[in-house]
Design a protein around this ligand. Structure first.
Ligand code: GAR
Length: 197
């Protein structure tokens, strides 16, 4: 897994945390690993600007341009697979990529497709996690890095971090607290995967 391909849809702060960790921790020297490309399904995704400034290849593949989920995923696969090297399939990292992927896509990347989800899975899979945690009266919230399987937000858990849910929290204040932890655990989980292989 020499090449890391990161998929984003928006701000890309997790992607930036991974890129910064890769540089700071010398992933290239240690494991020959680098963030080779950042792909967004939205042309306006802010994260693309950061990635391009870092000299990372960027691409936009807008899902609206495709007739079906299958057609979009097939085109996305083609883009990603350019970064496979002989005997070294790329690691595919979903970082705020807000698309449900088809089982065919997920199976193609089995064992090398990971995601970060802003809840303590298996609690609150799906959307609006922070609002749901507040409404449920949770005392803790957090984030989970996991392997991606065909069932949404259900794959093996690789890392988790918990934060307190404080009185008066809004979904936004809670999201910001969780995000700071995401920026720590996502690069750490990827570094562990690279180390293991
Ligand atoms: C993050 O909080 C991530 O956990 C969440 O989107 C945000 C993206 O932020 N992902 C999901 O909700 C996936 N279902 P970022 O673009 O700044 O990394």
């Amino acid at each position: 897994m020499k090449n890391i391909v990161i998929l984003i849809s928006g701000g890309g702060s997790n992607m930036a945390a991974i890129v910064n960790a890769a540089q700071r921790e010398c992933w290239q020297e240690k494991w020959g690993a680098r963030v080779a490309a950042v792909i967004s399904n939205k042309a306006q995704a802010q994260g693309l600007v950061f990635a391009a400034r870092q000299g990372i290849a960027t691409a936009v593949l807008e899902h609206q341009s495709f007739d079906s989920r299958q057609a979009f995923d097939a085109a996305l696969s083609q883009l990603i697979d350019r970064y496979d090297e002989p005997g070294q399939p790329a690691l595919v990292v979903l970082a705020g990529f807000m698309r449900i992927l088809t089982p065919g896509f997920v199976n193609h990347y089995a064992g090398r497709l990971i995601n970060i989800h802003p809840s303590l899975l298996p609690a609150f899979p799906g959307l609006h996690t922070h609002r749901r945690a507040i409404e449920a009266g949770c005392k803790l919230a957090g984030a989970t890095v996991h392997q991606v399987t065909a069932e949404v937000d259900c794959g093996a858990i690789l890392a988790q971090a918990a934060v307190p849910l404080l009185p008066g929290d809004s979904p936004e204040t809670l999201a910001a607290r969780v995000l700071t932890q995401e920026h720590l655990i996502y690069p750490q989980a990827i570094a562990r995967l690279l180390e293991e292989r």
